[in-house]
Design a protein around this ligand. Structure first.
Ligand SMILES: [Zn+2]
Ligand SMILES: [Zn+2]
Length: 210
């Protein structure tokens, strides 16, 4: 699912590319990175909810040199913006995701390839190219996983009136007197078909203390 393409050099356009040069390939060597960067494009579920491009993304990670490469562990936080799936009100949701990715030294990847290891599958490890670790694919995967497919302004949002579109939160007693039995039959049919959405808890992953 994640494409492991060669990362470009760290810079303003690649805010999630980390330079690991300082680690000097000495196993055990560590660096902490704490910074706020502009969010890259397409960080979320398209058309549903996502962290807007350019909005602040707080990055706190530890880079650790290990035998195979550089292990990056930490968390990224931002604010996702979307629309309530029931009442269409704006939804702002803070999202904190954990990230952990091992960036393998290029020669290790090559050695594995030469040994015939199949690393073309989805679990292919990220590669460290020119000492640059591109965290963006891992962050994107984590953010997409953490966001709700059906965002809600609040867990018990009553949504809109199916008949006139009124916001039921503004008018809890709102109802229409329906006497036509064909209509109630249709409502029963819709309910049976699961058209009424059920309460769905937000699934933001909590930041774990390490
Ligand atoms: Zn709502
Ligand atoms: Zn109504």
């Amino acid at each position: 699912m994640t494409e492991r393409t060669a990362p470009a050099r760290a810079g303003a356009e690649q805010p999630l590319v980390l330079d690991t040069h300082d680690l000097a390939r000495r196993p055990g060597e560590m660096r902490e990175v704490a910074k706020v960067v502009p969010a890259p494009a397409d960080l979320g579920l398209e058309g549903v909810i996502g962290i807007p491009e350019g909005s602040p993304l707080t990055v706190g990670v530890r880079m650790e040199a290990v035998m195979e490469g550089v292990l990056v562990t930490g968390a990224v936080r931002g604010t996702a913006v979307g629309e309530c799936s029931r009442c269409l009100d704006p939804v702002n949701q803070e999202v904190t995701v954990r990230v952990q990715e091992l960036f393998v030294y290029p020669e290790r990847v090559k050695a594995a390839q030469d040994a015939g290891d199949d690393i073309e599958d989805d679990d292919a490890e990220a590669e460290l190219i020119d000492d640059q670790a591109d965290l963006e694919p891992a962050v994107r995967d984590s953010v997409v996983t953490a966001l709700p497919f059906t965002p809600l302004c609040r867990p018990d949002c009553p949504g809109l009136c199916s008949e006139c579109g009124a916001r039921l939160a503004d008018d809890p007693d709102h109802h229409h007197d329906l006497v036509d039995p064909r209509w109630s039959a249709l409502q029963t049919m819709l309910a049976d078909a699961g058209v009424t959405t059920s309460a769905h808890n937000v699934t933001t992953e909590e930041m774990k203390e390490s």
